[in-house]
Design a protein around this ligand. Sequence first.
Ligand code: HEC
Length: 153
Amino acid sequence: MIAMTVKSVTLVAATCCGLLLSLPAAAQFDKAEDAIKYRQSTFALMGHHFGHIVAMATGKAPFDAQAAQQDAAIIETLSTLPWKAFGPGTEGGKTKPGVWKEQEKFKKLADDMAAQAPKLAAAAKTGNLDDLKAAFGPMGGTCKACHDSYKER
Ligand code: HEC
């Protein structure tokens, strides 16, 4: 029941931010640099918290159920944030130009991650390492799928 609610909230957020993708950058940010800084900051935090989950799931860091739950909850929130900072005129950073040329594809990959994040959060909430192990791979797959096409190394 709780998982359902979280999921619908995320879906609403994903829908909202998908629409924002097509608004001018000025609607959200004063300058393109501000948008770039915003999305890079959210991704950097996402990388930090997901990295911790991967480390625990692969035995490189001791499993701490409460920390995993916090990491996953933060990732779930972060998964809704960067997209509004990819408006027209905000090209740059470590993005590939395809982000703006293939908006549909980019949005689909963003939606894939937003759909996966609640599953990771639900797995972390069980407090069971095996659930986390099963959930981190599919989540990481959504990061990689987008980075392969749309992020410079
Ligand atoms: C739909 C596309 C997409 C998805 C999904 C995605 N990313 Fe990214 N990510 C990007 C793009 C594009 C950039 C480059 C942004 C820029 O430099 O303006 C980026 C940048 C980053 C960075 C570098 C941030 C910095 O310091 O500049 C990290 C770390 C990162 N992503 C982690 C993740 C993780 C972890 C996930 C999955 C949980 C993820 N990303 C999912 C597109 C995506």
